[in-house]
Design a protein around this ligand. Sequence first.
Ligand code: DER
Length: 233
Amino acid sequence: ASINEAKQIAAYKAVDDHVKSGQVIGVGSGSTAVLAAQRLAERFKQEKLNIRCVPTSFQARQLIIHHKLPLTDLEIDPIVDITIDGADEVDANLTCIKGGGACLLQEKIVASNSKKLVIIADHTKDSEKLGEKWKKGVPIEVVPMAYVAIKNKIEKTLGGTAELRLAKMKAGPIVTDDGNFILDWKDFDPECNWEKVNNQLLQIPGLIETGLFVNMAVMAYFGMNDGSVKVRI
Ligand code: DER
């Protein structure tokens, strides 16, 4: 199976296994979540599902509107039944690196207000330890005025390098949906205790959120090369 086909089988199986009428659903961000939204729209139409969708980014909001799915938000629906979202890498304990698409802040907020977070990905995201396959670092959202000070603090206290994420089709840094910058923290110690590291990072003033989703996902669906789906619980 191609990578896209692997993403699709994981996304479709997760939507088919978990989505039912009456739910408030968190719609994820990134290319795998696009496929989940596609399947959600198919089922919504076929089964006339009574669902409401909370976006996890501007992209997710566009997806919901494009598919004419019922749009809601966390202000109206602060309790989400299930969020289905992608990831950049998932380790053996279901700890995820997210934020490859710079959407980690709203994704983590919606996920933390969801009864269940289900991850969907192709097999290239399936690792024993974080850092094995994903080499672009842990995305960290920061207040723009503080990015150098935070970069220095991360490198001094935790090692590695924290690089400002620059835009491709815009001069200068990428700016997130909430107007912040992203630092990508690379060359971290792969043996570290991610819960401890995440808590240490979150103490830094001006550091808004990390792409480390620790003890949040309850399941991960991986689309495999042979067309099967591997589920990690
Ligand atoms: O930015 C994000 O957190 C996305 O969910 C990303 O991690 C996964 O995007 P992909 O499905 O396009 O690989």
